[in-house]
Design a binder for this molecule. Structure first.
Ligand code: HEC
Length: 94
């Protein structure tokens, strides 16, 4: 894990966590590559389902996993999950 070096280049801790751990599937800016979207069922931040998630649902999806996404509770602390979920919400344009 290279959170320390990643954080040096990012605006916020949530953005650094997203780049380090989430972007590979969820894509830069929360738009997954179409092949992964089809293969894994990753939702883009522009999808209605993603827009409807409450902060609590988002937190628990990240913490415990959902569908083909593994849970992150063994890799990220609760505070980090909150930060990355908050960052993800900034990507969702309602
Ligand atoms: C291995 C690929 C992968 C990685 C890495 C990954 N995700 Fe996901 N994520 C998925 C998939 C696939 C789903 C869709 C689950 C479903 O709805 O079936 C998902 C769903 C979600 C959801 C719920 C949206 C929904 O589908 O209802 C959130 C929120 C989320 N991911 C956030 C994150 C965050 C934050 C990270 C980084 C800590 C992350 N993901 C890392 C693959 C990934």
């Amino acid at each position: 894990m290279c959170l320390v070096s990643a954080a040096g280049f990012a605006q916020s801790p949530g953005a650094a966590i997203f780049k380090a751990h989430c972007q590979v599937c969820h894509g830069a800016g929360g738009i997954p590559n179409p092949a992964l979207e089809r293969l894994l069922g990753v939702l883009p931040v522009t999808s209605p389902e993603m827009k409807q998630l409450t902060p609590k649902e988002m937190f628990s999806a990240v913490q415990n996993g959902k569908g083909k996404m593994p849970g992150w509770k063994s890799k990220l602390m609760d505070a980090q999950i909150s930060e990355v979920a908050a960052y993800l919400r900034t990507l969702i344009k309602k």
